[in-house]
Each structure stands twice: as C-alpha cells, then as structure tokens.
Ligand binder design. Structure first.
Ligand SMILES: Nc1ncnc2c1ncn2[C@@H]1O[C@H](COP(=O)(O)OP(=O)(O)O)[C@@H](O)[C@H]1O
Ligand SMILES: [Mg+2]
Length: 391
C-alpha cells in the first residue's frame, strides 16, 4: 500500500480502529475495568456486571473497552473454563434496542432481519442462544447517551437485562458516554435501580499525548518522526486533550511530508495539518472535503435515507456515486480512489466503515453515518454543493 519513499512504515497503526499493544496512561484504568469483570470471568453463569466508562472525546474510552472485551476478558474467562463473548455497538449507528439485539445475535452467528421482530422476541432469542451455548455476552453500548436521549426507557431496559435469564446470568453491559448528563433525563426509579461502577477518564495533557504518539511511532519509518515534531503535535492536541486528534495530526502531517517528497515529517507539516484538520466534526468540516468526497457522502446519505437502513454496502455506494457524478457532468473516480476517500471519511468520523459479518453477502465493507442523520447531512451537502457549482 505504502510507496517505498513514504515516511510511513505502516500507517494502519495510526488508524482509529487500530487496537494498540501499549496504552500509556491507561494501564491502571484498564486494570480497574478488568477487576470489575473479574467475577464474570470467574463465574460467568452466576455473575453479571454493569460498568460505565465516561470521558471526553479521544480520552480512550472505546479503546479500553475493546482491550477488555476483545483481549483480556475472553482470555481470562477461558482460564476459568468459561465462555465470555462481547459485542461492541455504537448507539449512534445502531439507534434502537432492536438494532442492537440484531447485532448481538449476529455476533453469535445468528442472522435476524432488522425488521419484523420486536425487541422482546429478539432478546428472548438472544438469551436462549446464550444459555444453550453456555455463553456470557457483554454488550458494550458505546455513545449510549444518544440512545437514552432518543428513548429514555431504553436505559431501564438495559439495567434489567440481567434479570432476563432467571437462574443463570448470560448478559452484562458496558455503558460508554462522554458524560453522565443523559442520566438527568431518566426518572428516579430507574436511577435508583442502577447499580453500576464508573470509570472516569480525563482528557490527556500534552505530556501524555506525547507518550501516546511515541508509542505509535512504529507507524513511521526510522528517523521520519523526530521527538520535537511529536512534541509539537502533542502541544497542539493538548488544547483538546484528544488522542484521536493527536494521531490524526501526525498522520496528516505524514501525508503532507509524502506529498512534498520530504523524507521526514517537519514541524511545518504539523502546522499545515493543524490548519486543515478540525478536531471534531463541525459543519464547516464538510467544506474541507473534496468535491468527490462530497458527492460520495451525498450518495451514502441518499441511500441510507431511501432504504431507511443503518448500513449500505460499498458496492451500492459506488454505483450511486457514479450515477451522481454522471448527473453532474463529472468523471467518477475508480475503485481505489473511492476506497481511499471512504477511508478518509471514516477517519474523520463522518462515516463508519466496517466489514460485514459472514452473512449472505459474503464479506463486504458496510458504510453507515456516525455523527449526523442522513437527512441533515444531505441538507448541509446540498447547500455546499450549490456553492461549489457557483464557485
Ligand atoms: N492511552 C492511549 N494509548 C494509545 N492510544 C490511545 C490511547 N488513548 C487513546 N488512544 C487512541 O486514540 C484514539 C481515540 O481513542 P478512543 O478510545 O477512540 O477515544 P474515545 O472513545 O474516548 O473518544 C484511538 O485511535 C485510540 O487507539
Ligand atoms: Mg469512542
């Protein structure tokens, strides 16, 4: 993938989805999280746990959740002869409890359609599946605040999941959100029935961001990323305390270095990267996208809106994107470029791209929207596109 002259050795190490081996300044928090689930690992059919992880954007919430769920917990459970599995859902993408149940079932190899079954039916199927396989499933409800805000009773349901399988425990949950503000909207009886443990993550100061960047420096070729450049990126990102922003900054700076055929990332690349990369998605961020990326986003949001679905396949997106290009008198990009634009949009957090399970379609990339509704995005893009044509 990477050209021989690149400053990158393996840029995938800088991707948002990459699960790092080293997690500087989060070891203690992961330990604490593991301890909360110790009982489940040891005694999976008797114990159930609800843990909340809160912290600002880029403070490592999703990362420590995945370290627990994908690495340490299943392993530890095996040592005790137990089967513990986990499914991670982003509630901005899977917006209803039904959709989440469908995803949980799918993680166990059970394919259910997104429509046609009630939440209760799906939950019953899930519990039966878990019991018959003697499996304990942890559901990580990431960005759970968006689910609870749109459906306040969902929190009550989540807290009652453990009561679903009388006699044995098969479900635990991890609730991940920026703050606990959404709890203010929840009625008192639900709140008082909640017995959870909370892990609070703080935003990272610059010195910690520097350690994090250094721990991911293997993404770069030897000597391509100097300490003073890391320091500059950490200082800039320190304003936000956001590790994702810090990593994006050095990734983008690396791209700029490659563009200018520089063998090293220079401070100037970091500064230019800063100018082109807003820390979180704001509406203005759409104006930074290339025309092709905007058309691609139009295609994605139109498909999602039309099908009222959470995900569309990359094949569908490409087809619709080509048709849109034709309509606008533009030459559509070929597959590789479309692919790289999809990655770019995912990196910015505007879309979510993930591999489908081994369903009917075989494995393909599924694309959803992570931050805004399809309708809202289309409205914004349409405004922008009109401006583009005029310009
Ligand atoms: N302590 C850390 N060490 C290494 N990488 C980290 C650390 N904290 C966060 N990251 C990385 O920063 C990015 C953002 O972290 P993430 O867990 O997605 O943040 P959050 O979910 O809190 O918004 C991810 O790529 C993650 O791997
Ligand atoms: Mg997250």
């Amino acid at each position: 993938m990477t050209s021989p002259r690149s400053v990158f050795r393996d840029e995938a190490i800088l991707l948002q989805e990459y699960l790092p081996h080293q997690i500087p300044h989060r070891e203690a928090q992961l330990k604490k999280l593991e301890l909360y689930f110790q009982g489940v690992a040891q005694n999976a059919s008797k114990a159930s746990q609800t843990v909340m992880i809160t912290g600002p954007v880029g403070s490592g919430k999703t990362m420590i959740a995945k370290k627990l769920l994908l690495e340490s917990l299943p392993k530890k459970a095996t040592l005790y002869g137990n089967l513990v599995k986990a499914v991670h859902v982003n509630c901005r993408i899977d917006r209803t409890l039904q959709a989440i149940m469908v995803k949980a079932l799918k993680s166990l190899g059970q394919n259910y359609p997104t429509r046609g079954y009630s939440f209760e039916e799906l939950l019953t199927a899930l519990v039966e599946e878990l019991r018959s396989n003697r499996t304990h499933l942890i559901i990580a409800f990431d960005e759970v605040d968006s689910l609870v805000l749109s459906d306040p009773s969902s929190l009550y349901t989540i807290t009652r999941l453990r009561e679903m399988a009388p006699g044995s425990q098969v479900l635990s949950s991890l609730l991940i959100s920026k703050t606990t503000d959404y709890l203010k909207k929840v009625d008192l009886s639900t709140l008082s029935s909640l017995q959870w443990n909370e892990i609070q993550l703080e935003s990272y100061p610059s010195e910690q961001l520097a350690d994090i960047l250094a721990s991911r420096a293997e993404a770069f070729s030897d000597g391509a990323l100097d300490d003073d450049v890391i320091q500059l990126a950490a200082d800039i990102a320190g304003t936000y305390g956001d590790a994702r922003y810090a990593l994006d900054l050095v990734w983008r700076a690396g791209k700029l270095a490659d563009d200018s055929e520089s063998p090293r990332v220079l401070s100037e690349h970091i500064r230019s990267a800063k100018a082109s990369l807003p820390p979180q998605l704001r509406k203005e961020e759409l104006s930074y996208l290339t025309t092709h990326q905007k058309v691609l986003l139009m295609a994605i949001s139109a498909l999602l809106k039309k099908g009222d679905s959470t995900y569309v396949t990359i094949g569908e997106v490409e087809k619709s994107y080509s048709a849109l290009c034709e309509g606008k008198g533009m030459t559509a990009y070929r597959h590789t470029q479309v692919w790289s634009d999809v990655n770019e949009l995912a990196r910015k957090g505007i879309i979510e791209a993930q591999l489908s399970g081994k369903g009917m379609r075989g494995r393909t990339t599924m694309i959803g929207l992570s931050l805004v509704s399809a309708k809202e995005l289309m409205g914004e893009l349409e405004k922008g596109m009109v401006a583009d044509v005029r310009a």
